[in-house]
Design a protein around this ligand. Sequence first.
Ligand SMILES: NC(=O)CC[C@H](N)C(=O)O
Length: 308
Amino acid sequence: MVSVLNNVLLEEILQQVRPLIGQGKVASYIPALAEVPADRLGIAVCMLDGTLYQAGDADERFSIQSISKVLSLTLALTRYQDSEIWQRVGKEPSGQPFNSLLQLELEQGKPRNPFINAGALVVCDMLETRLTAPRQRMLELVRVLTQQPDINYDRHVARSEFDHSARNAAIAWLMKSFGNFSNDVQTVLHTYFHYCAMTMSCGELARCFLYLANQGRGLGQGEPLLTPKQARQINALMVTSGMYDGAGEFAWRVGMPGKSGVGGGIIAIVPGEMSIAVWSPELDASGNSLAGTAALELLADRIGRSIF
Ligand SMILES: NC(=O)CC[C@H](N)C(=O)O
């Protein structure tokens, strides 16, 4: 039987998945992320009219990490012709870990999609070219979408990423060797790490990404951020590539466009209805939140929603 969506249902879902805490691993390759308590668990759902349901630690901010890759692509779509973007980055699932260099060498420095590190770095390179202040511009966008003027970067996390940036730097330099990277590598890494180090709560994330459920129109925005077609295309990319090499499993279990980050957050979209955010810092082998995925699976079952 299909349940009514409300705070009580979300609370029940969290209770059911809480025993999974302890079975995953908090990301430790970015030391600052390993400092986050592993028992945090939150969920928030934002309906098209802005109504917000939430439970658990849904008001606590955390590092959004790769969820920011959706926002950087969104910004790029507002500054570039679609064709300019897709000649530098592909639209295919990678089937590889998010920070892999393997395909990049085989495929002449063109990343498979904008949601793996290589693809997001190319997108950040493009933003560096056309925006005078890409870090400030991102904050402005997110503050408008969430209506929270104090959203910011966690400089401690950004610093920690910068201090352990060998792999991302290698990815950027490899792309430069193929002519697919225009700006100074350090400068672009700096922007990329700041984007990843943005902190938001589940409630803020659910509100922020409502534009993907609402044909490109953000909460309380007069002008749409994206066209309905662009919003649909981002959702498609999230289905095929939002969860890296776990995309197939996520489509199977949850059945919604989703995007994860190694901070333990996941956003998921039910087009035309709602945007969802979950947070639990422990990750599965693909780097996706373990209890977060389970919570989304339960929610999809309980409210009877899936895009398939
Ligand atoms: N999957 C992720 O969230 C990875 C983001 C992380 N900042 C990195 O570049 O490795």
